[in-house]
Write a protein that binds this ligand. Structure first.
Ligand code: HEC
Length: 158
């Protein structure tokens, strides 16, 4: 009997682990990659208290937006969050052809990820939160700083 109870408790522990993994489904690595920052154009800076955000994207995306076209597939937008002069975290949105067809996507063909300063994914973050907030910008290609991008003429908008 004790043996049986032990087996049952092991089964419950395993089921619990499976449920936990399932629960964290949005925190798994998705298709978003961390690009080389040196290849991107820093177009605006947002400051809030001790937080300084450098926001950047590709030259191709800037040209597309200025020409009134959608941001092309393959584009990264990166928000580097600095605190006290050090990178605290890096937020990335990446657009890919057909990516909106993946499960649980509500932000067009964009996917989102939070990278730690060492380049690894923050597995504690549920990227559904990113999607949910950026959904309110659906008519601006899910971007918050589209106006700055339109205005950008080579000098960082601060
Ligand atoms: C509560 C709303 C909210 C949530 C949640 C949120 N964002 Fe944003 N995001 C913003 C706002 C507002 C900006 C504009 C910059 C600013 O004001 O800090 C922004 C800007 C960005 C940008 C720069 C491009 C743009 O849209 O202008 C990226 C990249 C980004 N967020 C990625 C993410 C990622 C990745 C997550 C989740 C880990 C996330 N965001 C979660 C509101 C949000």
């Amino acid at each position: 009997m004790r043996h049986l109870l032990k087996r049952i408790s092991i089964l419950f522990a395993m089921a619990g682990a499976v449920i936990l993994v399932g629960w964290n489904v949005d925190a798994e690595p998705n298709r978003t990659t961390l690009p080389e920052l040196a290849g991107l154009v820093h177009y605006t800076t947002v400051r809030r208290g001790n937080v300084t955000e450098h926001i950047m994207t590709t030259n191709e995306a800037i040209q597309a937006v200025k020409n009134g076209q959608p941001v092309p597939a393959g584009t990264h937008f990166v928000l580097v969050d600095y605190r006290d002069g050090e990178i605290y975290r890096t937020f990335v949105m990446e657009k890919g052809s057909g990516w909106g067809g993946d499960e649980d996507r509500r932000t067009g063909d964009w996917q989102f990820q939070w990278f730690k300063p060492d380049g690894s994914v923050n597995m504690a973050e549920n990227t559904a939160r990113c999607q949910s907030c950026h959904s309110s910008r659906a008519d601006e290609d899910f971007l918050y700083t589209l106006d700055a991008l339109k205005e950008f003429n080579g000098a960082v908008i601060d």
